[in-house]
Write a protein that binds this ligand. Sequence first.
Ligand SMILES: NC(=O)c1ccc[n+]([C@@H]2O[C@H](COP(=O)([O-])OP(=O)(O)OC[C@H]3O[C@@H](n4cnc5c(N)ncnc54)[C@H](OP(=O)(O)O)[C@@H]3O)[C@@H](O)[C@H]2O)c1
Length: 300
Amino acid sequence: MDNSYDQIIPKVGLGTYNMDSRESEFMTYEAIKYGYRHIDTAAVYKNEDGVSRALERIFNETQLKREEIFITTKLWPGGLIKLDRVRDYKDTFKSFEKSLMRLNLEYIDLYLIHSPHGKSKRIEQWKSLMNLKESGKVKYIGVSNWGINHINELKENNLPLPDANQIEIHPWSQKPELVKYLRENDIDIIAYSSLVPLSSWRHKDGENSKKTDQMYKIGESENSPFRLLAQKYNCTEAQFLLQWAVQQNFAVLPKTVNLDRMKENFDFNFEISQNDMDYVRTLDMGGSITWEYGDPLKVQ
Ligand SMILES: NC(=O)c1ccc[n+]([C@@H]2O[C@H](COP(=O)([O-])OP(=O)(O)OC[C@H]3O[C@@H](n4cnc5c(N)ncnc54)[C@H](OP(=O)(O)O)[C@@H]3O)[C@@H](O)[C@H]2O)c1
């Protein structure tokens, strides 16, 4: 039996950023009932408790077992802003225990260091995750928003490499060099913010990012590339963007608080032609868009 991580992680998971606990409970419950088997949360999203309540109801009401659901959560490493204390080896362990408690689970499937902002403590944080994996409290460990230089630090310290790196990838931010490096090093890619090019992406008050008005205008245009491609493939724009990622073997995490969209983001089954994949490659704008505080890949 192949137990490697990429054989296990479901291709489409539910993202929960920008959901409060009530929303994460509602959407986790509905998504799992619909067929989703991966839920992505994080300590910093402050909604692990909602995910936990949904899981409890699922396990009580259905035949589904814990091992059929893949749960990802993340260590907040600290260091993003001045007063954000960087977690050391012990703090990392404590943060994990708190997430585990909030999720009310015996183990986590995938535990990630949310960003490289821990700087000089990155190695300590990683060693703490290695320890958690050895103890069986976590099945797979990884990082998020780590670039080549950050992962190379692990190599320099002769440490095992992450099972996965969760990064911002969509047609406007394709990161070919990083993708090549991750593939060469057998680190699986989980793509977040797949839907950035849509005009509906994070359009509510308080949903911040570095997406510009100009970018929103492209998404709104009648002739936007993804509107035309969606017409061609008889799918929605969101489905085109998700298939674009899945076709490259990236797992995806579409977030929505809308039941119809949750279904739409799960129900797609078509192939994008090589010609169109080549065309989308030309739409890359380079940098990252999601993080309002600036591109985490650029942290020293
Ligand atoms: N590791 C990290 O640093 C990091 C950073 C960002 C995200 N993530 C993870 O990745 C997940 C996804 O990323 P994301 O939240 O940035 O955005 P996303 O999934 O790319 O897009 C979500 C946005 O698109 C809208 N939307 C969803 N489905 C749609 C559809 N079918 N049609 C039209 N609009 C649709 C949503 O609005 P409604 O909710 O109103 O439907 C929301 O505004 C997050 O929730 C989180 O779990 C991780």
